[in-house]
Ligand binder design. Sequence first.
Ligand code: PMP
Ligand code: GLU
Length: 402
Amino acid sequence: MPRKLADRLSAVAPSATLAMAAQAARLRSQGHKVYPFSVGEPDFEPPRHVLDAAKAAIDKGVSHYTAVTGTPELKAAICAATERDRGYRPAPNEITVSCGAKHALFNVALGLYEPGDEVVIPAPYWVSYPEQVRIVGATPVIVETREDQGFRMDAASLERAITERTKAIILCTPSNPTGSAYAESELRALLDVVRRHDLWLVVDEIYADLTYDGFRHASVPAIAEDLRSRTIVISGVSKTYAMTGWRIGWSITPPELSKVLDIVQSQSTTNATAVAQVAAAAALSGPQDAVREMRDAFAKRRDRMVEGLRSIPGVRCRMPEGAFYAFADVRGLYGIPSPNGTIQTDLDVAMWLLEEAHVASVAGTPFGAPGYVRFSYACSESDIDGGIEAIRAAVTASRGGG
Ligand code: PMP
Ligand code: GLU
C-alpha cells in the first residue's frame, strides 16, 4: 500500500506554463532549435544599474535576514513607484514583499480563502489562480468571457456569479493569457458591482507597465478610494524590469490583512532574498528609460506576432492591449492529420506545433479557454519570424502543399 499523501492536492493541476517550458527545454537539450513562445519571460537583461546595485550589496555584506515582509528601503521604493506609476500612494504597512507575485498571490489565498468559500475568476485566466484557490480548499467559480467582447467580463456576468459564499474576485489587467486590458470605464462598471457586495477584490497588475498604442492602465485604488479597505493589488518586478529570476513580488493590502500575511510568511519562507530586495528597490527607484525601451520593443513584437499568426490559414488572433501574449483561436487547424492522430483540440495543436514546427506555445485549455493557444512574444523578432515561418511550413505541409 503506498503511504497516503495529502488529499489537498489531488484536484490540483501542475503549472501548464512551466510544464511546456520544460518540454521545450527537453527538445533543446537534444540539439533542436525551439521557438520560445511558451513561458512568459522577457528575454531582456535587467537594467545595468540594477545589477550594479546588487553587486555592491553583496560586497557590503547584505547577507542576512531582513524584516519578514520586506526591507524599509524596498517598501519605501514600492510606495513611491506606486504613486509615480499608478497614481495613488500606499503606506509601508500595506506592503508585503514576497518571493515573486505568484508567492504573494499564494499568501493571499492562505490568508483569505477557506473551504466553502467561492472565488470568482473570469476565464481565460492565468493558470495559477484556480489552482491556488483549490490548494487551500476553496472553490473557483469561473465566469466565461467572449473574444468579441475583448475577453473582458461585464458587470452583469460578474453580478450573476456572486453568491453569499463569494469571498473574492480575481482580476488580471492587462491579462495573462489574452493580453486584454480593462479600460477605466469598464473597470468602474465592475467596481459598482463590487460595492454592492461584501467581498475582496484581488487585482493582479503585474503587466500594468506593458500596454501599447497609448492604452492607459487604471489602478483600482487610484479610481476607487472607497474600496481600498477590501482591495488587494498584486505586482512585482518580473515583467517590468525583466527580473523573473530575482523572485520579488508584493501585495498591497489593507493593514489588517498585511498583519495576517506577515504571520503566513513568517511561518513559511521568512523574507524574500535580501540581495534581490536591494535589486528590486534599485529597479523601482532608478531611471525608468529601460522600461520604456522594453515596452517599445514589446509593442513591435506584438504587431509582428499577431500579424504573423493572422497570416496563417486557420488561425485567428485578436490584437491585445497589453502584456506579452497573443491568444489565437486555432480551431481552424482541427482536422489536420498528425503522427498521434487527427488534431481535435487546442492541446493537440500545441503538441503538434512543438513536434512538427519546434514551436513551444501553451494550449488554451489550462487557461480555461479551449480552442485557443497562447503565444508569448517576449522573445526576439527573429525568433518570432522564424517561429511563424515554421508554423506556416507545418500547416502547408499538412494540407498537402509542402
Ligand atoms: N501574475 C501573472 C498574471 C503572471 O503572468 C505571473 C507570471 N509570472 C505572475 C503573476 C507571477 O510572477 P512572478 O512570480 O514571477 O512575480
Ligand atoms: N507567468 C508566466 C507565464 O504564464 C511565467 C510562468 C509561471 O509563472 O507560471 O508563462
